[in-house]
Design a protein around this ligand. Structure first.
Ligand SMILES: C[C@](O)(CO)[C@H](O)COP(=O)(O)OP(=O)(O)OC[C@H]1O[C@@H](n2ccc(N)nc2=O)[C@H](O)[C@@H]1O
Ligand SMILES: Nc1ncnc2c1ncn2[C@@H]1O[C@H](COP(=O)(O)OP(=O)(O)OP(=O)(O)O)[C@@H](O)[C@H]1O
Length: 301
C-alpha cells in the first residue's frame, strides 16, 4: 500500500472579462488567475481491493461520483487500467465550498497530480492539464497554479511572472453560495450587447500593469465582469466590498463568480486590524488571511 498527501491551493481572479458565448455551453473569457495559500489537504492511499471511496470533513461536499476528486481518479483509472489500483481518498476542507475559489477544481487537480505520482504514470504538465480540461475550466490552472493568463473557456494558460508581497484577505457570507452557471447565464442575458466589442486584447493592459509589480497599482486595476450581475443581486456583498476598501485595503474584488470577495493589504498587521473591525460591522461573514503563492498543488508527503 502506498499513500501521499497533497496541498491544493484556492484561486482568485485578479481580472476577468466575459467575451461572449462560444456555442458549446461555455463563454470565452480573458482572465488572470492567481493561487493563494488557503488550501485543502488531500490524503490518497492505494488499497488492494479495486474500489475507490471518498470521505470529506465538510458536510456540503458531495461524496458520490459528482465529487471532482473522485471524477479525476475515475478518469485516470479508465485511461490507465494497468496501473490503476483501488483508492481511499480523504479531503480535509479549508477552502469554502461554492465560493468562487475553485475548491472543487483544486481537489480534482490534486488527484491528477497525486495519481501521476502514486501510479507512476509519467504524465507531463500539459498531459495532466488536458485531462483536467475534461473535468472543468478552472482545473488546468489548478494543476499548474501561480499566476497565469487564462483564455478560451479558461483552460488555455500562459504563465505570468509570480506575484509576491502584500496580504490577501478573503471574506464570504457564511450562508451564501453562488452557482457559476447562474452567473454566466445571467451575465449573458443582461450584457450580450457588450459581446460584439469584446476581445482577448482587453486583458493586455492589465497584464502590463501586473508586469510592473507595483501592488497598489495592480490593486486599482482589478476587474471582474461578474460584479455587474452578482453585486446588484446581492447588495450585502457590495457593502462588504466597500467595507474592505474603507478599512485600508489597496483594492478589493469579487473572486470568480463569487460570493467571496478578496482584498489586498500592504501587511499582516493592517489586514488583522481590518478583520477585527469588519467582524464587528458585518455579522455572518467569515474571513481568511492568505498570501499569493507560486504553486497550485504541492505533494507534501
Ligand atoms: C468563474 C470561474 O471560476 C473563473 O475562474 C470559471 O470560469 C468557472 O470554472 P469552472 O467552475 O471550472 O466551470 P466549469 O465546471 O467548466 O463549468 C460550469 C458551468 O459554468 C459555465 N461556464 C464555465 C466556464 C466558462 N468559461 N463559461 C461558462 O459558461 C457553463 O454553464 C458550465 O456548464
Ligand atoms: N471536491 C469538492 N469540493 C467542493 N465542492 C465540490 C467538490 N467536488 C464537487 N463539488 C461540487 O462543486 C460545487 C462547487 O464547489 P466549488 O467549491 O468548486 O465552487 P467554486 O469555488 O465556486 O468553483 P469555481 O470557482 O471553480 O466556479 C459544490 O457545490 C459541490 O457540489
Amino acid at each position: 500500500m502506498s499513500q501521499c498527501t497533497l496541498a491544493a491551493a484556492a484561486k482568485i481572479n485578479l481580472y476577468l472579462r466575459i467575451l461572449g458565448p462560444r456555442g458549446d455551453g461555455y463563454h470565452a473569457v480573458a482572465m488572470v488567475l492567481q493561487s493563494v495559500n488557503l488550501r485543502d489537504m488531500i490524503h490518497i492511499a492505494t488499497q488492494p481491493r479495486k474500489e475507490m471511496s471518498i470521505t470529506c470533513d465538510h458536510p456540503q461536499v458531495p461524496t458520490d461520483t459528482t465529487n471532482l476528486a473522485l471524477r479525476a481518479a475515475h478518469l485516470l483509472a479508465e485511461q490507465f487500467p494497468k496501473q490503476a489500483t483501488g483508492l481511499t481518498i480523504h479531503i480535509e476542507k479549508y477552502i469554502p465550498v461554492a465560493a468562487g475559489l475553485a475548491g472543487g477544481s483544486s481537489n480534482g487537480a490534486a488527484l491528477l497530480v497525486g495519481l501521476n505520482h502514486l501510479w507512476n504514470l509519467g504524465l507531463t504538465l500539459a498531459e495532466l492539464q488536458s485531462y483536467a480540461a475534461r473535468l472543468g475550466s478552472d482545473m488546468p490552472f489548478c494543476v499548474q497554479g501561480g499566476t497565469a493568463l487564462g483564455t478560451g473557456r479558461g483552460e488555455l494558460l500562459e504563465p505570468l511572472p509570480p506575484l509576491t508581497g502584500g496580504v490577501v484577505v478573503l471574506a464570504k457570507f457564511a450562508n451564501l453560495s453562488i452557482s457559476t452557471p447562474w452567473a454566466y447565464r445571467t451575465y449573458g442575458e443582461q450584457f450580450s450587447h457588450t459581446f460584439a466589442l469584446a476581445s482577448v486584447q482587453e486583458s493586455d493592459h492589465f497584464v502590463q500593469v501586473l508586469a510592473r509589480h507595483i501592488l497598489p497599482e495592480i490593486a486599482t486595476h482589478l476587474h471582474n465582469d461578474f460584479e455587474k450581475v452578482v453585486l446588484p443581486a446581492h447588495p450585502e456583498i457590495e457593502r462588504l466590498k466597500q467595507g474592505l476598501l474603507d478599512s485600508g485595503a489597496w483594492g478589493s474584488l469579487l473572486s470568480g463568480s463569487g460570493p467571496t470577495v478578496f482584498a489586498l493589504y500592504p501587511d499582516l498587521t493592517l489586514a488583522k486590524q481590518a478583520i477585527a473591525q469588519l467582524k464587528i460591522d458585518y455579522s455572518g461573514v467569515d474571513f481568511w488571511v492568505a498570501e499569493f503563492c507560486p504553486w497550485g498543488i504541492e505533494i507534501v508527503t
